[in-house]
Design a protein around this ligand. Structure first.
Ligand code: ZN
Ligand code: ZN
Length: 258
């Protein structure tokens, strides 16, 4: 069994054909998926999706790209949405993204911190989105040692990965690990602690190299990520499935197996 720990089944390209996508995942041995909600209008759709499919679970948060759009009381809405289904396993994705046209770093940090406090209060793990902002995100998480979290879609350097390891972070790898121009990500994959490694698609984005012509990406293709992780770590595909599933259950809880 494989678990896609990060996909967006409510995004264009996947939402229109969810039944087909979930079935194709099952055929590929991907029997659990965590569907990520990224802004207030997305949360109800994610909740509908997890209600419709037994094998789909959720995490809800405010993505840094949306940090500038939230209402004053966004944290109340988020807490309510999280509490409305036992299938919501984590707070996120949230974090810092200094790459594109997101909100200012100050606004991003404020919205991120509110979500960390919520995760502490609810005793839930977190899914972090960190792009070109590892130093700031590391500094913030260092002040919240009780929060367990994954740095999803890791695209940092091996040095940054090592610093996350010092905080006992989980690290999520996507199809990026299969791209020619990502030797740093493969190096990072080799140094992550065995009990901290997760796999994901981040679909509909980041289709693995072997199926790159197929757009959009979908949870079934997490098998290609597993293949590459296996090659980097010297594991069999079976071992990779066992190890990454055990890690996902340790982080997100036994509910994931129900
Ligand atoms: Zn992300
Ligand atoms: Zn995402």
């Amino acid at each position: 069994m494989l678990i896609d720990t990060h996909c967006h089944l409510t995004y264009e390209g996947l939402e229109e054909r969810q039944v087909d996508v979930v079935q194709r995942a099952a055929s590929a041995g991907v029997n659990r998926m965590i569907c990520i909600g990224t802004h207030p209008a997305d949360h109800p759709r994610v909740l509908e999706t997890v209600a419709a499919f037994g094998q789909v679970f959720a995490a809800l948060g405010i993505h840094p790209h949306h940090a500038g759009e939230v209402a004053e009381n966004f944290i109340d809405e988020l807490q309510w949405a999280i509490g409305s289904s036992p299938k919501v396993l984590a707070v996120g994705e949230c974090g810092l993204d200094y790459h594109g046209n997101s909100a200012s770093p100050e606004v991003q940090k404020t919205v991120f911190l509110r979500q960390i406090e919520l995760a502490e209060q609810l005793q839930l793990p977190m899914i972090l989105h960190v792009r070109d902002a590892h130093a700031d995100a590391l500094a913030i998480m260092k002040h919240h040692p009780r929060v367990r979290f994954v740095v999803h879609c890791f695209t940092g350097t091996p040095q940054e990965c090592a610093r996350w390891m010092e905080l006992s972070a989980y690290i999520g790898f996507t199809g990026v690990i299969t791209y020619k121009n990502a030797p740093d990500v493969r190096s990072a994959c080799r140094l992550v602690a065995e009990d901290r490694l997760l796999i994901e698609t981040d679909s509909p984005y980041l289709t693995p190299q072997a199926v790159r012509k197929i757009k959009p990406n979908e949870p079934a293709f997490v098998a290609y990520v597993a293949q590459r992780v296996a090659a980097e770590r010297g594991w069999t595909i079976e071992q990779t499935g066992e190890i990454t599933c055990a890690n996902a259950v340790r982080l997100f809880g036994d509910t994931l197996l129900q």
